[in-house]
Design a protein around this ligand. Structure first.
Ligand code: NPQ
Ligand code: MG
Length: 366
């Protein structure tokens, strides 16, 4: 498959409501799309880096720069996704930029041969149960209104974003209002330290599925220590950037559950490898989310249909974040999203909508 050119397209997607986490508030999604063109087919990859390096060290302008300066020039002639992954390996870091390029090549490759992402990755289900991530709010009543809305829409699991000062009270309020049957978990995005262990252990009273990334990204040893001080299972997100990181976290006892985000780990091939490792170790995995458009969402839903993804993911419907998605919107049915079955991602951008949200474009001829 010869790549004749690559488009880097920047889009701006307004969020339906501000989304607040322990690292900041977002009101719009700033997305870099990669479009790979071959004589047989085109492929799309969505870069999940944020505008600013707040979730991890990557950011959109940096991803665009490393793509045009190093990653795209290193593409092998006539490459498939496996060869692309190998060719990009010498460059350190920049996993989200690499993932976008690898995904675009994989999409083109699969569209050319008429195979879906789900089939290629080894999906074992036709639809996946969906959870929703609920941001930090100004007040408990506002939070309860938001959670009530999501439960009404059918989400099968609620994740509350937490930070010091917004942890026990929101969890207690949601449990009191919606009961013990709601599948509930929390995500701190690295906002605590091991010195907060006594406070975090108070969450044990609320029968949470897991606590996600309580401590800093590089605190594997501290997460292992925290796991001995609380009964709520610890799930790692930011800490896991590769299959080696996942193996280390499991061996150290730093994580008993792993959040798999293909962007964070460098692509869907690495994501599948982490899934396989976790299945071998009996460690549950679930698919995270980075406020993807329909393009990234399609691939995540396919990944989430693999057999080891035994917990509901942050694979929410398009309308959780966007009034208008760039693809046919993903819609919840009975708390599930259907895994696309068409070639490649199985969805494509709607040209008029894509043009409306485009803020910049660049064509790199190969
Ligand atoms: C997480 N995602 O699991 C993240 C982090 C996150 C769905 O909770 C703009 C772009 C805002 C990406 C906010 C969810 C974001 C973002 C939070 C990712 O840790
Ligand atoms: Mg997280």
């Amino acid at each position: 498959m010869k790549i004749t050119g690559i488009e880097l397209r920047r889009i701006a997607m307004p969020l339906r409501a501000p989304f607040r986490t322990s690292f900041g508030v977002e009101t719009a999604r700033d997305v870099l799309l990669v479009r790979v063109v071959t004589p047989e087919a085109e492929g799309w990859g969505e870069c999940v880096a944020m505008t600013e390096p707040l979730y991890n060290s990557e950011y959109v302008d940096g991803a665009a720069d490393v793509l045009r300066r190093f990653l795209i020039p290193a593409l092998p002639e006539g490459a498939d996704a496996i060869a692309v992954k190998r060719a990009l390996k010498p460059f350190k870091g920049h996993k989200m930029a690499k993932a976008a390029l690898e995904t675009a090549v994989l999409d083109a490759q699969l569209r050319a041969r008429g195979e879906s992402f789900g089939s290629y990755l080894g999906a074992s289900r036709e639809r996946v149960p969906c959870g929703v991530s609920v941001g930090i709010m100004d007040s408990i009543p506002e939070l309860l209104d938001a959670v009530e809305g999501f439960i009404g829409e059918g989400y099968v699991r609620i994740k509350l974003k937490i930070q010091p000062g917004w942890d026990l009270a929101p969890v207690r309020a949601v449990r009191e209002r919606f009961g013990d049957d709601v599948l509930l978990q929390v995500d701190a995005n690295a906002a605590y330290t091991l010195a907060d262990a006594r406070q975090l252990a108070k969450l044990d009273a609320f029968d949470l599925l897991l606590i996600e990334q309580p401590l800093a990204d590089d605190d594997l040893i501290q997460h292992a220590a925290l796991a001995k001080l609380m009964s709520t299972p610890i799930c790692l997100d930011e800490s896991i950037e590769s299959v080696e990181d996942a193996a280390a976290a499991i061996t150290l006892g730093a994580a008993s559950i792993i959040n798999v985000k293909p962007g964070r780990v460098g692509g869907y091939l690495e994501a599948k490898a982490i899934h396989d490792l976790c299945v071998a170790h009996g460690v549950p995995v679930w698919c995270g989310g980075m406020l993807e458009t329909g393009l990234g969402r399609a691939a995540n839903v396919a990944l989430a249909a693999l057999p080891g993804f035994t917990l509901p993911g942050d694979t929410s419907a398009s309308r959780r974040y966007f009034a208008t998605d760039i693809t046919t919107p993903f819609e919840l049915a009975d708390g599930h999203l259907d895994v696309p079955t068409g070639p490649g991602l199985g969805v494509e951008p709607i040209a008029d909508i894509l043009d409306d949200v485009t803020t910049a474009g660049e064509w790199i001829k190969l």
